[in-house]
Design a protein around this ligand. Structure first.
Ligand SMILES: C[S@@+](CC[C@H](N)C(=O)[O-])C[C@H]1O[C@@H](n2cnc3c(N)ncnc32)[C@H](O)[C@@H]1O
Ligand code: SF4
Length: 435
């Protein structure tokens, strides 16, 4: 019953905002000529690189990853370099203005391929940005941090997740409190522009005082940014599959809201500001974030590329990705054509997710007046205190708005991600996925 009510709400909202009955991703690979035309009228790109390897598989984790293996990492490095060459022929010397390395765990390849890939990227593309990268606390020894800094990676993130041994254990993370604090300390003592720490809250048996302690500890350790996510249960993960405790029951919603409120108070009074729905960054520090440019190219297994009216996804399967590239085939497994309504809704969603945007940027992108398209929603959101407007043409998400955006996001992304990623993980080349 709960699920069907959720899906009725989700479908109604989708029809209202996007005017589409459903989204269909299909196994249609754009030809080189089609791609060339799509790349031609884009001025700048974001770049995403996916490293799909981890030393262990965490039971709650939805991302595309497999256990690290040196031989596979070597073949993956060679395949990625070929994919880079393919995009270089389409992008030419247009600037790449945002670069993010995610995973999986990118630092599994720190000494086995990562430098080779980065050197190739910086040789081939016109890179006009700093590199942001995810890492694992177990990889952050002083020597490894030096190797990371030597690759000119200036923005670093790590998954700390919890700062009490019992919660670290519940999540099955392979370290103790003492060890993870040392990793944070090592990273903070280096000269990165921004060190981000991920934590997960609303864990079973986690108390409000556990959360308070976590917030205060991270602030006192000098962490530049904290990304705090509530525990999501994705049905296709081990934890999600074993649980009948959904993401939406009233007590879960209440606990999440209260815990997020505790963290907001701690971070705001310590001089941090909200820089995305989940992240809080020290004032004056440039934020650590994933790709910020609206249009981007994704490299590697499960890399996603978005070019105005088309979104496409590479196969999730690492050996199929390598095989496709080595035999001169495209690693693209699925594509989705976006109507203008979908493009505008996608733009609006991601800009609001970043908590701040300008109406004029919408006009620049779509040659349409923002208020004519979304004015009525903005009025409604303002009335309920979800957004604020300032005299510099900016629309800013409030704390209340961030919470509700997250709830709506939950409703869409848990469902969509589960269906899309769940299927793509099972089938390397699915024919069609209906969302
Ligand atoms: C790719 S991982 C981070 C890098 C590295 N692999 C690690 O585990 O330290 C991305 C982050 O997503 C968050 N995450 C993963 N699964 C989650 C879930 N089910 N619910 C909430 N957050 C989750 C965690 O905070 C995690 O650090
Ligand atoms: S949380 Fe990090 S280490 Fe764990 S499986 Fe996911 S990506 Fe890998």
């Amino acid at each position: 019953m709960k699920t069907s009510l959720n899906s009725v709400f989700r479908n109604s909202l989708r029809r209202l905002l996007v005017r589409e009955k459903e989204f269909v991703l299909e196994n249609k690979i754009p030809s080189h000529e089609e791609l060339r035309r799509k790349f031609e009228d884009i001025e700048e790109f974001g770049l995403y690189l996916h490293i799909p390897f981890c030393e262990q598989i965490c039971s709650y984790c939805p991302y595309n990853k497999e256990i690290y293996n040196l031989d596979i990492a070597r073949s993956y490095t060679a395949a990625i370099k070929k994919e880079i060459d393919f995009y270089a022929s389409l992008i030419g010397d247009k600037p790449i203005t945002s670069f993010y390395i995610g995973g999986g765990t990118p630092t599994t390849m720190l000494h086995n391929g990562l430098r080779e890939i980065l050197d190739h990227i910086f040789n081939v593309f016109n890179m006009k940005c700093k590199t942001h990268m995810e890492s694992h606390p177990n990889h952050l020894s002083p020597d490894n941090l030096k190797a990371i800094a030597d690759m000119d990676i200036r923005y670093l993130s790590m998954g700390v997740e919890a700062l009490q041994d019992k919660h670290i254990k519940f999540l099955g993370r392979p370290y103790t409190l003492e060890k993870v604090k040392k990793a944070v300390e090592n990273a903070v003592n280096m000269d990165f522009e921004c060190v981000n720490v991920d934590i997960i809250f609303a864990l079973p048996f986690q108390t409000y005082s556990d959360i308070e302690q976590t917030g205060h500890t991270l602030v006192s350790m000098g962490v530049d940014q904290i990304a705090a996510y509530p525990l999501f249960r994705f049905p296709y993960t081990k934890m999600g599959g074993n649980s009948d405790d959904g993401n939406y029951n009233i007590s879960t919603i209440f606990r999440r809201r209260k815990m997020l409120g505790i963290l907001e108070n701690i971070f705001y009074s310590a001089g941090y500001e909200r820089t995305s729905v989940w992240a809080f960054t020290r004032k004056e520090i440039p934020k650590y974030c994933s790709v910020t440019v609206p249009l981007y190219v994704g490299l590697g297994a499960s890399g996603g590329t978005y070019l105005k009216d088309i979104f496409y996804l590479n196969t999730f399967n690492v050996s199929e990705y390598i095989k496709a590239i080595n035999s001169g085939k495209s690693p693209i497994a699925l594509s989705l054509n976006l109507s203008e309504n979908m493009q505008m809704a996608w733009w609006f969603y991601w800009r609001i997710y970043e908590t701040i945007f300008k109406r004029s940027d919408f006009k620049k992108r779509f040659q349409k007046n923002f208020d004519e398209v979304y004015g009525k929603y903005i009025k409604l959101f303002s009335f309920f205190g979800l957004i604020k407007e300032d005299d510099r043409d900016r629309i800013i998400l409030s704390d209340r708005g961030a919470y509700w955006l997250h709830s709506v996001e939950d409703l869409f992304s848990i469902n969509y991600i589960s269906k899309l990623w769940g299927t793509a993980k099972k089938e390397p080349w699915p024919q069609k996925i209906f969302l």
